[in-house]
Design a binder for this molecule. Structure first.
Ligand code: BTN
Length: 325
């Protein structure tokens, strides 16, 4: 009934009387009053005036399923959205669902994580105001093709951020989304496999969206969309746009199981392209020039004599010569 009351209040730009709500929904005045209070507790700002009724002033800033669905035009991605205000980690939750027959395209989303995980076993600190989302995918592809999905996600993120906020971002290979030299988004891809067969892939994404403060030790290399644009972002719109774009790119990838139709666009976004990068491999450092990515998502680098080789993600770390990018 709470949802129905909300629908009535959203449809009407003026006050709706309590009696009117009772008549239209066939419920008692007490039930209306109780549900209005529940909505207020959930963060809806509802003005109640004697003899006039109720008026919706503002909705809580949430990234729950109904809000994301307003912006969603996908065919299969996000048909099932699992939302909770707080989770340990959306990746952990998506993996649990993955073990339990949840469908391809299930999306897990939360406002804050208590045990957010980053790459290389790091913690992903996850305060309220940002986006934390994981996609459960069941691609029927060879295991060694799955790592490309992370690059596809980074492209979709860059495009969605541009669409919704006008902010230009670039990608630090393989998958950090960067604005003005600082990291805005991180992606953690995890998969469950059985011999040659992929059971599921979970792509987890953290977008520093409306965060305004960063701890001293990461201030030099991390930022948020809010800090870069000066404006608050509608997170549901951003996630809707991301899911719409991801579905398109992902289907393009599935056609060939590589980046042949996407690498040109990725390379345009690649911040390292044409620049010298430091390749760190088992404590050994080499300086090479980044040329671009190949169809499998590897980074092509060349030495001063023009001899090229391909760096595989996960095996090495790539840095700029003077810091993070
Ligand atoms: C990185 O280290 O750059 C990757 C960070 C990935 C963080 C996201 S937030 C949503 C999802 N759930 C997690 O626990 N991690 C990923």
């Amino acid at each position: 009934m709470k949802e129905k009351i909300l629908e009535l209040l959203t449809e009407c730009s003026d006050y709706v009387s309590g009696q009117d709500i009772c008549n239209r929904l066939g419920v008692s005045r007490t039930a209306v009053w109780k549900n209005i209070n529940i909505l207020k507790e959930e963060g809806y700002q509802i003005d109640s005036v004697n003899n006039k009724g109720y008026k919706l002033l503002a909705e809580p800033d949430r990234i729950d399923a109904p809000r994301i669905q307003r912006y969603l035009h996908t065919r299969w991605l996000g048909n099932s959205i699992c939302y909770e205000r707080e989770m340990d980690s959306t990746n952990t939750q998506a993996k649990r669902l993955g073990e339990n027959d949840a469908v391809n395209g299930t999306v897990v989303v939360t406002e804050r994580q208590t045990a957010g995980r980053g790459r290389r076993g790091k913690t992903w600190v996850s305060p309220v105001g940002n986006c934390y989302i994981s996609l459960l995918l069941r691609p029927e592809i060879l295991i060694n093709r799955a790592s490309v999905i992370t690059l596809v996600s980074a492209m979709a993120l860059a495009k969605a951020i541009k669409q919704v906020t006008s902010l230009d971002t670039m990608i630090k290979w393989p998958n950090d989304v960067i604005a003005n030299g600082k990291k805005l988004c991180g992606i953690l891809t995890e998969s469950s496999t059985d011999l040659e067969y992929i059971n599921y892939v979970v792509v987890g994404i953290g977008i520093n969206t409306n965060q305004t403060e960063f701890p001293e030790e990461i201030r030099e290399m991390a930022s948020s969309i809010r800090l870069e644009t000066g404006a608050k972002t509608n997170r549901a719109e951003l996630l809707g746009s991301f899911l719409n774009t991801f579905e398109q790119y992902y289907e393009t990838f599935l056609k060939t199981e590589d980046l042949s139709e996407l690498s040109e666009e990725y390379n345009r976004l690649l911040i390292n392209r044409g620049k010298e990068v430091k390749i760190i491999e088992q404590e050994q450092e080499r300086i090479l020039r980044a040329v671009g990515i190949d169809q499998k998502g590897g980074l092509i680098v060349e030495n001063e004599r023009g001899v090229q080789e391909t760096i595989i993600s996960g095996e090495v770390s790539v840095r700029g010569l003077y810091g993070y990018v």
